[in-house]
Design a protein around this ligand. Structure first.
Ligand SMILES: *[C@@H]1O[C@H](CO)[C@@H](O)[C@H](O)[C@H]1NC(C)=O
Ligand SMILES: *[C@@H]1O[C@H](CO)[C@@H](O)[C@H](O)[C@H]1NC(C)=O
Ligand SMILES: *[C@@H]1O[C@H](CO)[C@@H](O)[C@H](O)[C@H]1NC(C)=O
Ligand SMILES: *[C@@H]1O[C@H](CO)[C@@H](O)[C@H](O)[C@H]1NC(C)=O
Ligand SMILES: CC(=O)N[C@H]1CO[C@H](CO)[C@@H](O)[C@@H]1O
Ligand SMILES: [Cu+2]
Length: 572
């Protein structure tokens, strides 16, 4: 009897192990009950000190650690890479860094990661490779930061544990963020050449805020830890043993054994928990929603019709709040919204998502990835002390006539003879080709971004802010594309003859200054890019012309890694 039982147990164990091989052992995510874990708040770290009630510069030390993380009550702990001030306090997402406008924050980022990656990566795409061939290259970029080049986290400024190996543009251990920019929502994440997608999938991301109390406090928006919260959203798949699942077979395995053009997971994680819940009071809350997915677009809406009152975009406050009942967020885009739960007719509201993936032409959402989190709304009505004002903060409007240079930025996707994507380039050039975008500090430029692929690519520019002027459909796009594929010159290919189709308006809440925008496929998106501060007329309070310069790229991480990214060198 006992023998038979043991035999059965052994058999079960073997079957279980077999399932964990290669791509097996995939967790069926519908087995994870939704809305059982409480929404966590990430730890907060002040990026400034206080001396005699005056804010002063602060030096922080933040490490990258490997640890186990519980993403869901019923999921075994998952091996992750996490940012934190120590191994014990490291979290997914990492701690929220709260900086003050005009006060320097210094961060010494240190790498305590093991010799081998926990996820499959692809050595055949241009990838950081340590000379000793062990250790995991990492480098931190503060997304939305207006900071000196040496602290921007260039893809080739990577370093491994103990600074044993460093990338070709590595120059220092301690990054300097002088925070002399408008208040807003930033985030920090890994930016290593060819490894960004896997380092983020492993967990290397966190929020960063620049506050400016003198200009923000008078707005009287919901404030304090309880009412002003981050929601950092990303999607993942898991194995039954709890590990993060990434398909380790590429779509063109003979060319790139592992690389896939987009990562999508069915489990939606908010602040490190799968489909969490939060009990809220019947009053207004502010949510700073960061899309930290590798490739998933989210179109958020509330199942009970609650609205979003947008107060800021990814980089600046809006001049006037914009009310919507849904909001589309590309990877790495940020929505800063006020939600008024006193308007709720129900005691529960599910934040949901209905964006097809890949966006916009992919498959519809399902019962899993169409749900984000649940709000349980207390019954007691409350008096709200936070009316959202009619006017928020005004920044200079874009002035296209101030542009001193016009550029054409064409996005290309290349495929193998099976039609599957092999790599993506901007202007038909790999990242390694010498910089061609060399704007002068203090100027504005017009960039015509031409999407010659079937995907919507969220374009992100380091250092600069931009506003979207218009988006115009390309007529006879195949003819234009054939010309571009041959000579890669938009002017000689007579772009003005083709850019005459329908135009798509810019949504009101995205009309302000941005650092990411969705480039509609088959359209030319005209943006005004500004290489100076927008909240003051002073020039940058650091030298933006130093090496290694900056970058601009598609923020779908699989594209950025392979190699939809170009250098951006600012000139005097
Ligand atoms: C992994 O990707 C390959 C190539 O696209 C595909 O053939 C395979 O079905 C995928 N595996 C799983 C488990 O989805
Ligand atoms: C938002 O409102 C529009 C019109 O008022 C309606 O057509 C649409 O279905 C609504 N969307 C959601 C997600 O509620
Ligand atoms: C989230 O960001 C990813 C990567 O940039 C993007 O592909 C995706 O569409 C974004 N999702 C939402 C909801 O914005
Ligand atoms: C910058 O200078 C211009 C022209 O003098 C002025 O119109 C604008 O208001 C100034 N902007 C700021 C933010 O001071
Ligand atoms: C969805 C969409 O419009 N895709 C277009 C993107 O651009 C390429 C080339 O310009 C077209 O072939 C696609 O149809
Ligand atoms: Cu892209």
């Amino acid at each position: 009897m006992r023998w038979i039982l043991l035999f059965h147990l052994l058999l079960l164990a073997l079957v279980g192990l077999g399932e964990l091989g290669a791509d097996g052992g995939l967790l069926n995510p519908s087995r994870l009950e939704m809305f059982v874990d409480e929404l966590p708040d990430m730890p907060k770290i002040q990026g400034f000190g206080m001396v005699n009630a005056c804010p002063v510069a602060k030096s922080l030390s933040i490490g990258m650690f490997t640890k186990k993380w519980k993403f869901h009550r019923d999921l075994p702990p998952t091996s992750v890479f996490a940012y934190g001030t120590s191994w014990l306090t490291a979290t997914i997402p990492g701690p929220t860094i709260e900086a003050l406008q005009g006060v320097d924050t210094y961060v010494t980022w240190s790498n305590h990661l093991p010799p081998k990656h926990i996820l499959p990566w692809d050595p055949t795409i241009p990838t950081a490779k340590p000379a000793s061939m062990t250790g995991i290259p990492t480098v931190v970029h503060v997304h939305g930061g207006i900071h000196e080049p040496a602290s921007d986290g260039n893809a080739n400024s990577w370093f491994t544990a103990g600074f044993k190996d460093m990338g070709p543009t590595w120059s220092k251990r301690t990054y300097h963020y002088n925070n002399n920019q408008q208040p807003g929502n930033l985030w920090y994440h890994d930016h290593t050449m060819g490894l960004t997608r896997v380092n983020l999938l492993a967990g290397l991301l966190g929020a960063y805020v620049i506050r400016h109390p003198e200009v923000e406090d008078p707005l009287k928006l919901p404030s304090g830890d309880e009412f002003d919260r981050h929601l950092i959203v990303f999607d993942r798949d898991f194995r039954t043993d709890g590990s993060v699942y990434v398909n380790s077979t590429g779509n063109n395995p003979s060319i790139h054994p592992q690389w896939q053009p987009e990562y999508f997971g069915d489990v939606i994680i908010v602040n490190g928990k799968a489909w969490p819940k939060l009990t809220v009071r019947r009053r207004k809350y502010r949510f700073r929603i960061i899309n930290a997915s590798n490739a998933r677009f989210f179109r958020f809406f509330f199942t009970n019709g609650l609205e979003f009152i947008h107060v800021a975009s990814d980089s600046t406050y809006l001049w006037e709040p914009v009310v919507t009942n849904q909001t589309l967020l590309a990877p790495s885009e940020i929505a800063d919204v006020v939600v008024d739960f006193s308007k709720s007719k129900t005691d529960e509201a599910v934040l949901a998502n209905d964006a097809p993936y890949p966006y916009p032409s992919g498959v519809p959402v399902n019962q899993l990835n169409g749900r984000i989190m649940k709000f349980i709304i207390k019954k007691t009505p409350e008096v709200d002390t936070w009316p959202v004002p009619d006017k928020l903060i005004k920044y200079p409007s874009p002035d296209p006539s101030s542009a001193t240079h016009t550029r054409y930025i064409a996005m290309y996707e290349y495929t193998s003879n099976t039609g599957a994507p092999t790599h993506l380039y901007i202007n038909a050039k790999p990242y390694e080709a010498p910089a061609t975008e060399t704007p002068k500090a203090g100027t504005s430029e017009i960039w015509n971004v031409i999407n010659l692929t079937a995907d919507n690519h969220p374009l992100h520019i380091h250092l600069a802010l931009f506003t979207v002027l218009d988006q115009t459909e390309l007529l006879n796009v195949e003819v234009f594309k054939a010309c571009m594929s041959k000579i890669n010159d938009a002017v000689k290919c007579q772009i003005s003859k083709y850019a005459r189709g329908r135009s798509i308006g810019v949504p009101a809440h995205e009309k302000g200054w941005k650092n990411v925008y969705k480039m509609t496929p088959g359209y030319v998106t005209r943006i005004l890019v500004r290489f100076s501060y927008i909240h003051s007329n002073t020039s940058y309070t650091f030298d933006p012309t130093g090496m290694p310069g900056y970058l601009y790229h598609c923020h779908m991480l699989e594209h950025e890694d392979n190699e939809m990214m170009r250098p951006l060198i600012v000139m005097k």
